[in-house]
Structures are given as C-alpha cells and as structure tokens.
Design a protein around this ligand. Structure first.
Ligand code: UD1
Length: 332
C-alpha cells in the first residue's frame, strides 16, 4: 500500500513515515517545509535504508496534489499538515481556518478524482475541551477553547460528513494526547522554531543550555501537586497507532474515532523529575501564573484502540525523557 503523508517531514509525520516503511508500506511525502526541512526525510531514509519520494508542495494547492496523485498510485492519505500553535491561532484565526480547512478540502476533492478512499486524520485531544471529566472517551461531547482546536473539530466534522455521503470512503480520526520523545536512533525528533510552546521541547532546551529555566504555568490546579496533568505518549508508540489505523481502514468503510494516549497522567513536576532522573541534568524552574485555556487534567481512555485496533502504548516515561535528550543533545 502506498501512503501519502502530508506534513510527513514534521515531528509526528516523520516518525510515522519510519514506522510505515518498517512495516512494508510505501510512503510519499507532501510538505512545504514551513516548519520542517528536507533533511528530516534524508534521516528517515538513513533509519530505514529505503528511499522516500517527496514533493515540496502546498497541500491546499489542487494542481500540486493532482501531480502527486498522477505520478504515484496513492492508496491512502494520512493528513498531518497543518498549523498547530494555540497562541498564534488566537491572533491569526483566519490564517488557521484557511490553511487547515483548505488543505483538508483539497485532499478530499483530489482523492475522489483519483479513487483514493482511505483518509487518516491527525486530530487532537483538544476537541474534548474543558467540559469533560477524565478519562476522555471517544463518545464524549466535543468543544474547543481556541481556533486551532476548532480547526481540528471542524475537520473531524467535514470528514465525518464526507464518509456518510461516500460509502467507499474509510476515515479514521486519531485524537492524539501529548506526543513527546524522539526516535531511539536520535536522528529525528521535535525541533520547534523559536520559543517552544509545549512542555517537553522547552525542558529539553533548558537541559541543553539554550533556555535558562522552565516556567511552570500554575501550581493551583486540582491535581496531586497543583501542576497540570497530561497524558504524555512516546511519538514512536503514536506512529505505530497510525499503522494499525491504516490496516483497520483498509478493511472498514465509514468513520471511526480513536484516542491515542497511554491512559496515565503526569504533572508538569512529574515530568521535570522524570527528565532529571533519565538524564542526570537538573532543570531549574519557577512557578508562574496559569496559561490561558489550560485545564487541570487531560487523560485518555485508550481502551477502544486496544479493543478494536489491537494497539497500546508500550514505552515508559523514562523512555520518553531519555529519547528526547538523546535527540536534543545533538541539536546545535
Ligand atoms: C497543547 C495544546 C493542544 C495541542 C497540544 C499539541 C493548549 C491549551 N493546548 O496541549 O491543543 O494539541 O499542545 O502538543 O495549548 N507547561 C508549562 N510550561 C511550559 C509549557 C507547558 O508549565 O513552558 C504546562 C502546561 O500548562 C500544561 C503542560 O505543561 O499543564 C503541557 O503543556 P503543553 O505541552 O503545551 O501541551 P497541552 O497544553 O496539553
């Protein structure tokens, strides 16, 4: 099966590309490298020993997508490409809606033209909003607190409607919890441009000396130590979930939603402690005020993915921290 990975040079896309190639799939990447680089693809080739065809293309550009579909027999699409910074989405909502929705709509149109009928989407636990008790199950009501999250929710709805209307279409919506870590080779990982928005990349940059100290956003949450609790998942485990999702979609039409998380929650201070233990590096921190929109706890009920896909996260928090550092320490 040949799979088109939009945003395949990004953090989750590149790890998924490696897992696909290691499991006998062929991969084609479409990426405009707005937040990544072609060098990542070379590294994926080095890890897998296989060559990867890629296109420097904007996924919203129908003609660019038609060229890819006409030059390759694409059996399935995994759609990772998209803007993903929460704060930026509040400042530039139109840019977020334009980009994240247009790319999805273009893909659906071009897939229909070429008879490609498997669509796996990178959604997010952000769609559970601030209205649900943990752990989150796939049938809970959805809501969002920022435009980034709303683009994820709108795309889920677009894909659900498309699969209702087209009985040939198989859609899988994967709701990621908090992906961290890096490939065990240390060759690929997360390397955000500018100041990291997310916790683990920030901690990794403190460890490498690029940032002075971590700012912990609030210690008055309703959690065991007052800091926010999240369900962190190793990016390699997450990538393996995509392989299972594709295998499922190849056999089932319609639309299914799966949480990809571990089911275990860790606080910000748990993560700091685990990182220090795994690396031997002290992470200085200060307690700051809360960040707008943050909730006490986000945690998956991951039982549906186990039951239906036969998938479950295997790697420990120690692995997530050690692999993050194994990658980060080599970044200049
Ligand atoms: C965030 C997004 C979510 C998105 C996900 C992608 C928000 C509200 N949510 O999730 O929509 O899908 O990233 O990975 O932004 N923290 C600190 N200091 C920091 C950074 C984070 O204390 O410098 C804390 C946060 O308050 C939170 C935890 O660390 O309790 C995790 O934060 P983060 O890594 O940004 O992920 P989420 O906020 O869960």
């Amino acid at each position: 099966m040949t799979v088109l990975l939009t945003g395949g040079a990004g953090f989750i896309g590149s790890h998924t590309c490696v897992e696909l190639l290691s499991n006998g799939f062929d991969a084609v990447i479409a990426d405009n490298f707005s937040n990544s680089s072609p060098d990542v693809i070379k590294r994926c080739e080095k890890i897998t020993g296989k060559s990867i065809r890629y296109y420097n293309a904007n996924v919203a550009d129908g003609d660019a997508m038609r060229k890819i579909f006409s030059e390759n027999r694409i059996d399935a699409v995994i759609h990772f490409a998209g803007y993903k910074a929460v704060g930026e989405s509040v400042e530039k909502p139109v840019m977020y809606y334009r980009n994240n929705l247009d790319t999805t709509l273009t893909l659906l149109e071009v897939m229909k033209e070429f008879g490609t009928d498997i669509f796996v989407f990178s959604s997010s636990a952000t769609v559970y909003g601030n209205i649900n008790p943990v752990p989150f199950t796939e049938d809970m009501p959805t809501s969002t607190t920022n435009p980034y999250g709303t683009t994820k929710l709108f795309i889920e709805k677009i894909l659900t409607d498309a699969s209702c209307a087209d009985k040939n279409l198989a859609v899988v919506l994967l709701r990621y919890f908090n992906p961290i870590g890096a490939h065990e080779s240390g060759l690929i990982g997360e390397n955000p441009k500018g100041i990291p928005n997310n916790l683990m990349p920030y901690i990794a940059q403190v460890a490498s000396g690029k940032r002075e100290k971590l700012h912990v956003y609030g210690n008055d949450f309703n959690t065991h130590d007052g800091t926010g609790v999240r369900d962190y998942i190793h990016v390699t485990d997450l990538a393996k979930g995509h392989v299972k999702a594709l295998e499922y979609a190849a056999k089932h039409k319609g639309c299914e939603i799966f949480n990809l998380g571990t089911g275990t929650g860790y606080s910000v201070l748990d993560i700091v402690n685990a990182f220090e233990k795994a690396t031997g590096i002290k992470i200085p921190y200060v307690i700051d005020g809360r960040r707008a929109g943050d909730i006490d706890e986000s945690r998956a009920d991951a039982s549906k993915a186990l039951r239906v896909l036969g998938w479950k996260a295997e790697k420990s928090l120690f692995d997530m921290c050690a692999d993050t550092w194994n990658w980060q320490k080599n970044i200049k």
